[in-house]
Ligand binder design. Structure first.
Ligand code: ADP
Ligand code: LRH
Length: 480
């Protein structure tokens, strides 16, 4: 009784889902209304998101969800749709794994050196940062016709409500936001000739984002008015909000298609050392900074599994657990693994060229991937603590990777710290909690986290053995 229901639309790079969160005093229950694949499509123009299929999945999900008190949308970062002067979408949004930004960062740095760009925005170098995508789009007919840019969650929110905005946590992944002022960096935009007028006004988690349009109510069978509430629309911001940490001495790893490993801070770290280590300062809830590193994540495994014709994942992981540890490792932070295709061969090639045993069977390749991810988790957790001067006692793992017990255990072993795994659907929970808070339920971030810790099932992994062999494997990788 008295529980409110919130629909969380959470779009990951591998699947989209609509989850319903029921929130009451000391109550937080999440159920899946609908899950649908997110399958990018390669057209003659390049790799594209099938955003209409995603929107259809969202509508199906809202129909399956039934009566809700509010809706919130989060998704992966950096990507966007361009709208023409009438507000119509211009083409399919470009996938961040598309090759169009090749060579663009160098072009940008010729005008605005990488060190200055980092000092101004705190964003790691990644070829797909929105900034580079915009520079790559310049000169195209599509870009010439564009009058508005909406990040993916903002685009879907626009289609649901008819109202446009730019949500701040996700805006921080464009590389056009100053993490100190938490507002646009006019300096960066001006020096690169980017028109900030393309962006709709900033809005923040908790802000009202409009009401479901009458046509959406009709299609979903929902009875209006149904408000849409701005959440941490970057999936990683929502996921970090739902990390069940008891105090500030924690690291987190959001494991899904990516592993996003780092710390929650109250101020950005903008030092040259931090830039060299490629740590990013993305914006989180309530004035927090997500100080983290992007690691290729379970993408490496997803792509192999696809190449192997979709064998059973559970059996593959059992077989991988029997393969000797740390035979060969690859650099799971290497952007060379960003593009799709031929992943087993590319991993074998990385092992061969670094003089390590070449994994051959699917079980061996899987073991190599999981050892490599755990090693990259260790490096990120260690370096983040050192660079930010912020020590931790525990590593919280959230996201789809929590279902991979071997990865969680290896991460505990490599970090030499306990891992608390869960919740699996952290992004959806963070999405729900921000909506609940906007409607007067649940308290501050710490209160939200206490509620997650009390209500969600979590698994603890204690570190086994000494971390020396992980240190040695890391050193070996660095030497090659
Ligand atoms: P995203 O939000 O980026 O789409 P998810 O958080 O949904 O990603 O995580 C997807 C990953 O979770 C998959 O790539 C897979 O490796 C892992 N995963 C999902 N289900 C299982 C399972 N039953 N056992 C082990 N791993 C799983
Ligand atoms: C994870 C994620 C990550 C970004 C990437 C593009 O889904 O949002 O935080 O770096 O997608």
């Amino acid at each position: 009784i008295d529980a409110k229901a919130y629909a969380a639309v959470d779009l990951g790079a591998s699947s989209g889902r609509v989850m319903v969160g029921r929130v009451g005093a000391d109550r937080l229950e999440l159920t899946e209304a609908h899950r649908f694949p997110n399958r990018p499509v390669r057209t003659p123009d390049g790799l594209r998101w099938d955003v209409l299929a995603l929107y259809a999945g969202v509508l199906d999900g809202l129909r399956a969800a039934g009566p809700v008190d509010s809706v919130g949308v989060d998704s992966w970062a950096v990507d966007h749709g361009l709208l023409d002067a009438d507000g119509a979408l211009l083409g399919n949004p470009v996938h961040y794994r598309d090759a169009r930004t090749e060579g663009v960062p160098e072009q940008v740095w010729a005008t605005l050196p990488a060190a200055e760009l980092y000092a101004a925005t705190g964003l790691q170098y990644a070829p797909f940062n929105t900034l580079y995508q915009l520079v790559a789009a310049r000169g195209t007919a599509q870009f010439a016709a564009a009058r508005r840019l909406l990040l993916i969650p903002d685009l879907l929110t626009y289609w649901l409500t008819g109202e446009q905005g730019t949500e701040l946590t996700n805006a921080s992944t464009t590389q056009l936001i100053d993490p100190r002022t938490r507002d646009w960096s006019r300096e960066v935009a001006d020096r690169l000739g980017i028109d900030l007028g393309l962006f709709a006004p900033l809005r923040r988690p908790g802000d009202a984002a409009g009401l479901l349009r009458p046509a959406v109510l009709e299609e979903t069978g929902l009875v209006g008015p149904v408000p849409v509430t701005t959440v941490g629309s970057h999936d990683t911001a929502s996921a970090v909000a739902a990390v069940p940490a008891a105090d500030e001495r924690f690291a987190y790893i959001c494991t899904g298609t990516w592993s996003l490993a780092g710390l929650e801070l109250t101020a950005p770290v903008l030092t040259e050392e931090s830039r060299a280590a490629n740590f990013t300062n993305e914006l989180g809830l309530d004035g927090t900074v997500r100080y983290l590193r992007n690691i290729m994540g379970l993408w490496l495994l997803q792509e192999c599994v696809r190449a192997w014709g979709d064998p059973d994942l559970g059996e593959l992981l059992l077989a991988a657990a029997r393969v000797p540890a740390l035979r060969s490792v690859v650099d799971a932070g290497d952007a060379g693994f960003l593009a799709p295709g031929r992943m087993p061969e590319r991993i074998a090639e990385a092992c061969r060229s670094s003089g390590q045993p070449v994994p051959e069977t699917p079980a061996e390749v899987t073991r190599c991937i999981l050892d490599s991810l755990a090693l990259a988790h260790r490096a990120a957790v260690e370096e983040a603590q050192r660079l930010a001067g912020h020590p931790v006692d525990v590593v919280h793992v959230v996201g789809g990777g929590t279902r991979n017990a071997l990865l969680c255990q290896l991460t505990a072993d490599a970090c030499g710290l306990p891992v608390v795994a869960g919740p699996t659907e952290a992004a959806a929970l963070g999405n729900v909690l921000v909506q609940a808070r906007a409607h007067g339920l649940v308290g501050d971030l710490a209160g939200m986290r206490r509620l997650v810790a009390r209500t969600q099932s979590l698994t603890r992994y204690e570190p086994r053995g000494s971390t020396d062999r992980w240190q040695a494997a890391g050193d070996r990788l660095a030497d090659r």
